[in-house]
Design a protein around this ligand. Structure first.
Ligand code: S3P
Length: 435
């Protein structure tokens, strides 16, 4: 018996209010900074996903006590900058690129050796983008020809570098800043395009002197992190599926409260609005130093667009959802400058093109994008390729498909969005587990 596949078909108009789980990026970072801070850091709104739990388990293996008083809460007992203890067992990052790359930065400057491993998908993802600049800082990390596992040699003195990132990547930036905490001198990062700045904001909140502006960050080594409380906003990337779903199902009117609206994350909001979507931000406010708001999304007829390339880094995780909006929109949508999608949890350009074709959509794939002819979506079977966001995107496609959409192997949805199926069905989806 196999309950890993899902079948999605038209439900009713989406309405009510959906509480989206906590932000994955913020949850990973809150654990790591709390772990090496002095004192106790309570985290509220923590994402109970497999990715973030893997990071918590890795830190526990390194000697950090992390309590879980209730779901969505963690209390991290910081051990201070030099208080981690080595583990003779590999640290398993599961499916999480963020976990592995940030931990590589954190562990590069420790006195002990560490090994980072991951699942089949993570084991195929490029790691030289972090190990090369970390080596420039003095780290010694062995890879399997650029792929995990990462064998990190301890006891290497690190020094700060000035590094211009070849690709916009918050994970690489964050790994280098984490290593920079342990380095002598200054670490300076210049990005080709600004990326999410949670690491910079959180380091400042934990009391580490850092200067940062969009696209640039600089810090010196040798200070201390002071424990602090972290309020994790709802994850915009998880909200994205509901933004697209309510936009394409006639009669929908859906609310998503307290979603994180960091401008480096909300490119999809702009893209959908360019396509004609009706999404408003109600009660914009600050929570835990982050912009947050309640999103209200109502059905609206969408039309195809040439996606402005400048939006790509600000919606890097939202392309699978955008592909579904584009497949339903009137006219053609053209995406360029998104080659990074090929090295996510799956090759997302290929995964979406293959899946949409199986549902009868006309779509052309280019090395760095796609051209999608909008219209109608048919039924059929698609592969998730064990990628959580591919699975959830095709669940959204089923809402407007002419016949049921079967999505093969949806296990990995729990990496970022535990409870997606129940939440989706609660607001109007018709999504079933099938054998
Ligand atoms: C993340 C950065 C992005 C994003 C990932 C989370 C982070 O990856 O795709 O889901 O938390 O820093 P890249 O830095 O590889 O673009």
């Amino acid at each position: 018996m196999n309950h890993l596949d899902w079948s999605s078909r038209p439900g009713r108009p989406l309405n009510g209010s959906v509480r989206i789980p906590g932000d994955k990026s913020v949850s990973h970072r809150a654990l790591m900074f709390g772990a090496i801070a002095e004192g106790i850091s309570p985290i509220r709104g923590f994402l109970e996903g497999e990715d973030t739990r893997a990071t918590a388990a890795a830190l526990a293996q390194l000697g950090v006590v992390i309590e879980a008083p209730s779901a969505g809460e963690r209390v991290v007992h910081g051990v201070g900058l030099h208080g981690l203890r080595g583990s003779d067992q590999p640290l398993d990052c599961g499916n999480a690129g963020t976990g592995m790359r940030l931990l590589a930065g954190l562990l590069a400057g420790q006195a002990f050796d560490s090994t980072l491993v991951g699942d089949a998908s993570l084991s195929k993802r490029p790691m030289r983008r972090v190990t090369d600049p970390l080596a420039q800082m003095g780290a010694r990390i062995d890879t399997e020809q650029g792929l995990p596992p990462l064998r990190i040699h301890g006891g290497q003195p690190l020094h700060g570098i000035r590094y211009e990132l070849p690709v916009a990547s918050a994970q690489v930036k964050s790994a280098l800043l984490l290593a920079g905490l342990y380095a002598q001198g200054e670490t300076e990062i210049i990005e080709p395009h600004p990326t999410r700045d949670y690491t910079e904001r959180m380091l400042a909140a934990f009391g580490w002197p850092i200067s940062f502006t969009p696209g640039h960050a600089r810090l010196g080594g040798g200070h201390a992190l002071r424990a602090t409380a972290v309020d994790v906003p709802a994850d915009f990337s998880s909200a994205a599926f509901f933004l697209v779903a309510a936009s394409i199902v006639p009669g929908s009117d859906l609310r998503l409260p307290a979603v994180g609206l960091n401008p480096r994350r909300t490119g999809l909001l702009q893209a959908l609005r360019l396509m004609g979507a009706d999404i408003t931000v109600e009660h914009p406010r600050e929570s835990g130093g982050e912009p947050v708001g309640d999103l209200r999304v109502r059905h609206a007829p969408l039309h195809g667009i040439e996606l402005p390339e400048a939006l790509v880094p600000d919606m890097i995780d939202e392309f699978p959802a955008l592909f579904i909006a584009a497949a339903v929109a009137k006219g053609r949508t053209v995406i360029r400058g998104a080659a990074e999608l090929r090295v996510k949890e799956s090759d997302r350009l290929a995964a979406m093109a293959t899946g949409l074709r199986a549902l009868g959509v006309t779509i052309g794939e280019t090395p760095d994008g796609a051209s999608i002819e909008g219209g109608t979506i048919g039924g059929g079977t698609v592969q998730s390729l064990t990628d959580h966001r591919i699975a959830m995107s095709f669940a959204v496609a089923g809402l407007v498909a002419a016949a049921p959409v079967r999505i093969v192997d949806c296990r990995h949805v729990a990496t970022s969005f535990p409870g997606f199926l129940e939440l989706a069905n609660g607001c109007g989806f018709d999504l079933q587990r099938v054998d």
